[in-house]
Every structure is written in structure tokens, then in C-alpha cells.
Ligand binder design. Sequence first.
Ligand code: ADP
Ligand code: MG
Length: 351
Amino acid sequence: MFENKENSNTSIENLGEFGLIDHLTKNFKIKQKSTVKGIGDDAAVISCDAKKELIVSTDLLLEGVHFDLSYMPLKHLGYKAVVVNLSDIYAMNAQPTQITVSIAVSNRFPIEALEELYAGIEAAAKTYNVDVVGGDTTSSTTGLLISITALGAVNKGEAVYRSGANENDLLVVTGDLGAAYMGLQILEREKEVFKVNPNSQPDLEPYSYLVERQLKPEARKDILKLLEELEVKPTAMIDISDGLSSEILHICKSSNVGCNLFEDKIPLDPQVISTCEEFNLDSTTIALSGGEDYELLFTIKTEDYPKIKANPHLTVIGHMTHEKEGMHLISRAGTKIPLVARGWNALKSNG
Ligand code: ADP
Ligand code: MG
């Protein structure tokens, strides 16, 4: 049988989330001809027949790590749990079709609470036109755990990977960045105020966009349609779950290219700018490392630039370079700063 090595103790922290995944999965070899893409992208790609490919992605959300029920209503949590998975399917240039939902619950939750959770799941399934086709239910001794697997479909050869970017391609992002992270800061602050004074009524109105981006994110299904209409096929694509810099590094490493990202081009909502000032935070850092934006980040050929130029949903934020040039942020002052992934990392003891 297997030798038990659990007495040796190498800390997970040293590896980080991605290092840990690489370490644990490095010996897995693809044996099935139908496995087009295994570990290492937003989703796996499996060939079904001559025309279609199946896309599979899974995510795990844990109470106390990924969500805090003191300010996250269960209905929103159900909705968000679905959305974050569908975002990975869209990031492959595919359409989601089905999901499975698995939960572990403690008896702390009454039926009504779980009904709320499922009302959120149902609402998202309706919005994104996916069927809930199964799952698993078990008890938990600690908090609530939700795991969702999303399935999708794409025409053969149409999937877009993290690995397809080329030197000189333009780097494009949808929407704006940093709002979900600032929404979390607002909710955390209100939670602390509430602890001290339970009668206080928070005025969230000035932060409405930020709070909505945190509590009710949407996946960019509209972008796939838009790109099709514009007749632009990205060369590489990823969704922004961990923060812009982390996702840029994924594309660069998978595609063997470098990148210049221009600070002054990063799209920010006015509420992000004003709230960063209030919290004395640097808005560029927040956009780079905040995460949970669920926007799409992709690269396009330079010749496609006229097709996307001036589109209100799309912003060109940089361009890809030769691998040897490395990955840099070009600051407003024109200085070149190496890009590092300081994305939210659940495995860091201070994370
Ligand atoms: P995302 O942020 O897009 O959800 P992840 O960073 O979670 O992606 O995962 C990166 C890749 O590693 C994906 O292909 C994912 O399926 C795979 N992966 C993550 N965790 C594991 C694991 N414990 N075992 C095997 N593969 C994993
Ligand atoms: Mg992803």
C-alpha cells in the first residue's frame, strides 16, 4: 500500500497556492486522447465528438475563508458561487450549460437559510441559462462549504487558452477593476462599527457600486457575444479572480511572453478612486492585487485594434513583449516596475 509521509512537515506557505497545485499534480500524465487540456487553465477541455468540446471547471468556497455570513446574505452567496464558476467557462470562450452543486452544512443552518442559498443558485442558473443537474450533500462540523462544478460547450478549436498570446499582441481588459475588493473593505468596516454599536445604521449609498460588485458579481457573458459581433477572437484569455497582476503573470508564463502594463490605462470606477483616497490606499495596487473582479483579461492581434477601439466595455491596458523583456508595470511617471503577483492568497497565514 502507500507509505505514510505525513510526519514530514514542509509548510504549504512556502509554495503558495499555484506552487502547491503544481507540486501535487506534476506526476499526472494525460492518458486519454479526449483530454484536450488538463490542469493549468481556467477550465479543462474535453473532446466530445467531431464538432464539440466539453469545458469543465470546479471551485470550492469555504465559510470564514471565502465568505463571511455576517454581511453576505445567503441568497447572494448562492448567486456568487455560481457566477464565479461560470466566469471560468466564459474565460475559455465557451458557453456554460450545466452545473452541479455540492454542500456541507452544520445543523446551525435552518431549512429556511438553505432555501435562501438555493434561491440565489436558482436565480443565477436562470440568468445564465444553465441547468442544475446534480451535486452532493453532507454534514459539516464547522461552517458552510459550497463546491460547484460548471460544464460548458464550445465548437472544436474555438476554445481560448491562457497560452496563446504572442509578442506585440495587445492586452485588453473588460469593465473596471478593484471595486469588489473595496466593497469588501467597506463591509468589513461596517461590521466593526456594528460590533461596537449595534444600533448604527450604515449609509452604504456612496459605496453602492463597490458593495454590489462584492456581493453580487456578474460573469461577462456579454463579452463573448460582443467579441463575436466585432469579429475579434482573443489569442489568450483568463478571468480576473485573483487580481490583474496575478492573471497577467499566468498569461505570460503560459504563453512564454513578457508584458508592459500601463498604469494610466487601468480602468477604475470613480467610487474606487474616492474610496481608496478615504482608506489611504493606492488604487493601482488595489486594481493589481484586489481580485474578485470577474472581468475578462485577453490578448488580441494588433491588427484587430480598430475593431475594439473606443468600445466602452473594453480597455487596452498594455502589450505583450518578448519573454526576455519580462513583465512590467509602466508607472504614470514612466518608470518600469516589475510585476509581482501579490494576489489574494488563502494559503498565506496573514491572507
Ligand atoms: P481558477 O483561479 O481559474 O479557478 P485555479 O488557480 O484554482 O484556477 O486552478 C488552476 C488549475 O489547477 C486549474 O486547471 C485547476 O483545475 C487545477 N487545480 C486546482 N486545484 C487542484 C487540485 N487540488 N488538484 C488538481 N488540479 C487542481
Ligand atoms: Mg479562472
